[in-house]
Design a protein around this ligand. Structure first.
Ligand code: XMP
Ligand code: MG
Length: 179
């Protein structure tokens, strides 16, 4: 696996430091709010698992899986719910946890949906942000690292469902895509 990586963009240590910092910020923000922390499957699962262990407050978690309609690597404007929440968000303070904000289309639709379901508040925390790629007017409420417009894998992020278990975030060698 490691031999498929061209370069490491964020090391395990850099990620851990940032996740700890975000956890402390979020714990202060959501103290006494019993937030519903929503993991957007599958990419955010590793980040979420680490993040909540740095949030020393009562909170609950739930999971959602969505996919953008359309083909290829570009998001379209529509999201299809593949797995919905088990919990009602009505009157809850909701924190959506994402791996990466790219065009922003997925998250803008998701936030809209959760507001429509009458959440008390909806905020987004993303570990990675590609601001150059934004197609809609949305920015994360909390963000770990801005990264350049390169396709990244590891720490939950995949290429063709692989590499999610790498402990760091890196860029694949070009030949991996053409295999
Ligand atoms: P949008 O464009 O709607 O989509 O903000 C966000 C989703 O796109 C995926 N994505 C990536 N996945 N490496 C990945 O493994 C990347 O560099 C990358 N950029 C976007 C991801 O699923 C995210 O939730
Ligand atoms: Mg993916």
């Amino acid at each position: 696996m490691n031999q498929d990586i061209e370069k490491i963009l964020l090391s395990e240590e850099q990620i851990a430091e940032k996740v700890k910092e975000l956890g402390a910020t979020l714990a202060a923000e959501y103290r006494d709010k019993n937030p519903l922390v929503i993991c957007v499957l599958k990419g955010a699962v590793v980040f979420m698992a680490d993040l909540i262990r740095h949030m020393d407050i009562p909170c609950e978690m739930d999971f959602m899986a969505v996919s953008s309609y359309g083909s290829g690597t570009e998001s379209s404007g529509m999201v299809k719910i593949l797995k919905d929440l088990d919990t009602s968000v009505q009157n809850r303070h909701v924190l959506v946890v994402e791996d990466i904000m790219d065009s922003g289309l997925t998250l803008s639709r998701l936030v809209e949906l959760l507001r429509h379901r009458e959440a008390a508040s909806v905020k987004v925390v993303t570990l990675l942000n590609k601001p150059e790629r934004r197609k809609v007017d949305i920015s994360p409420d909390y963000s770990g690292y801005d990264i350049p417009d390169e396709f990244v894998v590891g720490y939950g992020l995949d290429y063709s469902e692989k590499y999610r278990n790498l402990p760091f975030i890196g860029v694949l060698k070009p030949e991996v895509y053409t295999k």
